[in-house]
Design a protein around this ligand. Sequence first.
Ligand code: C2E
Ligand code: CA
Ligand code: CA
Length: 546
Amino acid sequence: MFWEFIIIATANSGLAKSSNLLRTKATKTAVEAVVVAFLAIILATLLTSYTQHNTLNFEAIVDVQSTNTALWILDSLPIVFAYIGQYSSYMIANEATMLVMEETKELRTYASQMQMQANLAATHDHLTGLPNQALFYDRIETAFRESHDVSNSAFAIMLLNIENLKDIQDTLGPTSTDLVIKQLATRLESWATKRHSIARIDSGNFAVLLSDSDKDKAEALAKSLIKAIEPNFIINTLKLTLHPSIGISVYPNDGDDADTLFQRAGIAVVFANKSPSGYSLYSASMDEHSSKRLTMMGELKRAIEKKNLELYYQPKIDIKNNKIMGVEALIRWKHPQHGFISPEEFIGIAERSRLIIDLTALVIEDAFSACAEFHQHGHDIKVSINLSMKDLLNPELPDLVAGLTAKIGIDPSWIIFEITEGSIMSDPTRALIIVERLKSMGFDFSIDDFGTGYSSMAYLKRLPVSELKIDKSFVLDMMTNDSDAIIVQATIGLAHNLGLTVTAEGVEDESALEMLNKMGCDIAQGYFFSKPIPKAELLSWIANNA
Ligand code: C2E
Ligand code: CA
Ligand code: CA
């Protein structure tokens, strides 16, 4: 209504002014014509009177006016002009009014279209056409009222986050990302029933309101939504897998206002991100966890910027000759207040954000420098570096590695990158591209924590790895648990059949080492030889154990 009023009022007043102006102009022209006609009559009468009577007196003028027919015609002109002036002024006014009416009609249509667009922009997402956050909040309010006044039933909010959307954007650019989002929106719409209301909150975040749903129903729906997102998305012949995380909060248990429910579903998303199921229901214990995590994330960011992290090195021993053949670089963070924080704790936090990319860059630079130093001291050893899932999806990693290799001056064959099956399997196509690029530069790869992930023989065969590391959980237990011993033996056999070297982690005593030796294992790593130690200590360890 507002738009319509403004546009039509402005336009109408403009048209009305123009119409008046036209009428005034027409009247003015008519008056001018009448004046000219009068002047012509006077001039003609004077001229005729002088020609006929050689004088300009009153009798002569009356005579010519009453006898000369040409002057009679001339005398009628002012009346004709006045009449034509009046008539055209009337016609112009009429036409102008018609024009105003037509224009008003057109403007009214245009204004109502603009009004509709303005309404839509205020309540809907322009890319997908789905409701936006504001409309979603409205719908939550309606759900509150319905539940409170009528049905007294529970309802749930699901927040869906596409965890790898930023990576997709970095690799494919914004246009393809928009296509992914549109396809996802279509898929969400075909998944949803009338009882679900979907909204797009921002880039990779969507929300679903599940009316008449308690915890159990919401959980079942989260599972079915994850299934619906599972099939590949095809963008310009490229197959993409999206990584959804779903956080759920339920009314009335988790909150009784839109903000609280929304915020708590958001907290649950963070936990869903780590959960193998891909979804997570909000629980009160998450609050404390998430504020601790947020604080730690900020502190870790500063620690990375200030390079307050240190790499420790743990020797890897060649079982055949009992000599050090390499080291694994393991990060350490000595927090100013909380003291030593285990990488198990902060690597997880870094992996949930893009901090891991900066952390890995720091680790690679330090490990390359240490490796160069070891070789300068005449120690021909390899340095193993851990890579995370996000590193394997980071298209800038090969260039970063190439740059540091040249800058620090190392040989790529001195380095082994450790990757896990899980980090490959999250998006095998993209991860393989990065692995193969690094491999072509001369870097070696190792499968870490072997046996803990969902091993896929098909991928194991395709991966250009040269080493397999048996997870320490099997090695630590193999002396007391027969099935662990069988797994270790079988893994060694499998690796050798595939032409890979086998390293056993978690070797804590001599009996374990002996057993591994009998099983034909190639390399051992563990507290029996040394815990991870700083670089300077490692150099003296090597000197003492040569
Ligand atoms: P991981 O890659 O499996 O590293 C081996 C872990 O086993 C290390 O824990 C090491 O200290 C520990 N370990 C070594 N020998 C023994 C032993 O004989 N007995 C027992 N019980 N444990 C042993 P750490 O240093 O706490 O690292 C934990 C995990 O954190 C690593 O597991 C790795 O996944 C991750 N991590 C550490 N440093 C980095 C890093 O620079 N980048 C990335 N992305 N992850 C890292
Ligand atoms: Ca490792
Ligand atoms: Ca490991």
